[in-house]
Design a protein around this ligand. Structure first.
Ligand code: NAD
Length: 541
């Protein structure tokens, strides 16, 4: 056993590659896109390291070309869910008792494999399966996944070092135990990196997981699982269980040994999970830790000292990158009347640059939304705006799902600051703008704070320091990630720990030490050198 006291240096963020024509990374990526587009793979469950084909299958298609099948996947039944739980519980003692350095070395190896050998594969799978352009895939599937892994090792090394004081009479130790039981990791479709981290953050701290991936991101998620295995994650530490969310959730939440839920996804699903835990509360051995990052209704608030072009750029990039399917995507904006003509002109100018289509054409800034359900849901909001007397659609508003699920990036201007699209999460490319009177700055900040149930991200654009400070103060609880003169998306691991409160979740800050702490159950050990031999205190004698 290596007895060195080890601490990891703070890592650098993984560089975002440029993918210029003719570059090595572009050539590799194009080859992978070609290969994956021309193969239809079969995705099994992976439980205790074994591939399981249940015969109950579904299809994984390209959102931008839904007739093109990328994979057939096998779905779990209750039997396999229980097998996965038992496998996670069996793997736990070995995994939690192996030195954290060995767990770290596996995390760093996964990062290395993703950075080089499998960078093109994970990016291509994310582009085709989740309809992301090259840049969106690169910052997610490659860079952020790698950053989560490397930073978690660094944060864990800091956590393990943190110890209580001792003195000449006693020796005190804090042991960062893994949770007792298994962790249920439930991932959303929109970020490959999140799917990885929902498993790997608990695993870093010695936990084992049952992983329910989103059906619409199964291609990239399956490759992740294969890469975890290649890097040496032992059998049973992560158990990959695609299938029906409600059935898997019900079965897992009923298990006595559930120790934690690590969730990212919609508010409704997290509420269902929380209620499920509450219904089973008396069955559990411990109180399961519930960590959930959920929806957002993220805003851009503009003061009349802001620069029009900067605001317009933030609106277009913040609202429409990855088709607005980011929990942090800007979806409402408050703009002072005096600046609106100038900002509107800049927004419409930039809007013309957006090319729409599949990600295989590198000129496309904007691709398809994830599936039919999402497409219909987004259109219902656009239809409501079309039928609303207080609203005007100044860009977009059309759609076409004949080949892929394409919804035009849509900009609504409303006179009603309480209109549906100002307060509900749409999770698609819809930005609603409310133009306020310049002398109603404070009142409009109050409206912004109170309009939606969420509290995830938001931005203030202002070149007036007092106005900026005012917004920062009044919107204190409106966003867990607050931006000054920047779009409210694009948080980076190690730089902007991510998460929000209110309806946006438990705010445990993915990509920071706070999240890792949730996957530990510390034990304090006090050792006394000379034990007491009398019960009376000196003054009693
Ligand atoms: P979703 O809630 O529909 O699904 C998330 C996962 O939960 C999927 O794997 C799904 O199959 C599973 N699921 C659904 N019902 C379940 C149940 N009853 N029991 C167990 N699992 C169940 O979310 P989505 O559409 O995949 O992702 C979009 C949502 O995620 C948006 O609301 C977005 O804001 C949110 N999101 C939040 C963050 C954040 O950090 N706050 C990041 C990314 C996405």
């Amino acid at each position: 056993m290596n007895n060195a006291i080890f601490s990891f240096n703070k890592p650098q963020n993984e560089p975002v590659l440029k993918y210029l024509e003719g570059s090595n990374e572009r050539i590799q990526l194009e080859k992978e896109l070609e290969r994956l587009s021309n193969t239809e793979i079969e995705i099994p469950l992976i439980i205790d390291g074994k591939e399981i084909y249940t015969g109950k299958t579904g299809k994984v298609v390209m959102p931008h070309n839904h007739g093109h099948v990328l994979a057939t996947y096998h779905m779990a039944t209750e039997k396999e869910v229980n097998m996965a739980i038992e496998a996670a519980l069996r793997a736990k003692p070995m995994w939690e008792n192996v030195s954290w350095l060995e767990r770290s070395s596996i995390m760093l190896k996964i990062a290395k494999l993703l950075s080089e050998k499998y960078r093109a594969t994970i990016n291509a799978a994310t582009m085709l399966g989740q309809s992301k352009n090259i840049y969106q895939a690169e910052i997610d599937a490659a860079c952020e996944t790698i950053d989560f892994l490397r930073f978690n090792v660094f944060f864990a090394s800091q956590i393990y070092q943190h110890q209580p004081s001792s003195d000449n009479n006693q020796f005190n130790r804090l042991e960062y135990r893994a949770l007792e039981g298994f962790v249920f990791a439930v991932s959303p479709f929109n970020f490959t990196s999140i799917a990885s981290n929902l498993n790997m953050a608990p695993a870093m701290m010695g936990n084992t997981t049952v992983w329910k991936p989103a059906t619409t991101s199964l291609l990239s998620n399956y490759f992740l699982m294969k890469i975890f295995e290649e890097a040496g994650v032992p059998n049973g530490v992560i158990n990959f269980v695609p299938g029906s969310g409600s059935m898997i959730g019900r079965t897992v939440l009923a298990h006595k040994e559930l120790a934690g839920v690590h969730f990212t996804g919609s508010n409704n699903t997290f509420n269902t999970l929380w209620k499920g835990v509450s219904d089973n509360l008396t069955n559990y051995r411990s109180y399961p830790k519930l960590v959930g990052e959920t929806g957002g209704k993220d805003f851009i608030f503009v003061h009349n000292s802001a620069k029009a072009r900067e605001v317009a750029t933030a609106i277009i990039a913040g609202a429409f990158e990855y088709q607005g399917q980011k929990c942090s995507a800007a979806s409402r904006a408050y703009i002072p009347e005096s600046k609106w003509p100038e900002i509107k002109a800049e927004v419409l100018e930039l809007y013309k640059k957006i090319k729409i289509g599949g990600p295989e054409n590198v000129e496309n800034f904007f691709n398809a939304v994830i599936d039919k359900g999402s497409y219909d849901n987004i259109l219902s909001y656009i239809d409501e705006a079309k039928n609303c007397g207080d609203c005007e659609i100044i860009a977009g508003g059309n759609s076409d799902n004949s080949k892929g699920y394409f919804v035009e990036p849509t900009i609504i201007v409303t006179k009603n600051h309480d209109f549906t699209t100002m307060k509900e999460e749409i999770f698609g490319p819809v930005m609603t703008i409310y133009v306020y009177k310049d002398d109603k700055y404070i009142e409009t900040l109050e409206i912004c704070d109170k309009t939606s149930p969420y509290g995830l991200t938001g931005a203030i654009f202002s070149n007036d320091k007092y106005a900026m400070v005012q917004a920062c103060r009044m919107l204190r609880y409106a966003a867990g990630n607050f931006y000054i003169n920047d779009k409210p998306t694009g948080a980076m691991v190690g730089l902007q720990p991510f998460g929000g409160a209110r309806g946006s979740g438990t705010n445990d800050k993915a990509g920071g030490h706070l999240n890792l702490l949730r996957w530990t159950s510390p034990r304090t050990v006090k050792e006394t050198f000379v034990p007491a031999t009398d019960i009376l205190y000196d003054y009693m004698k």
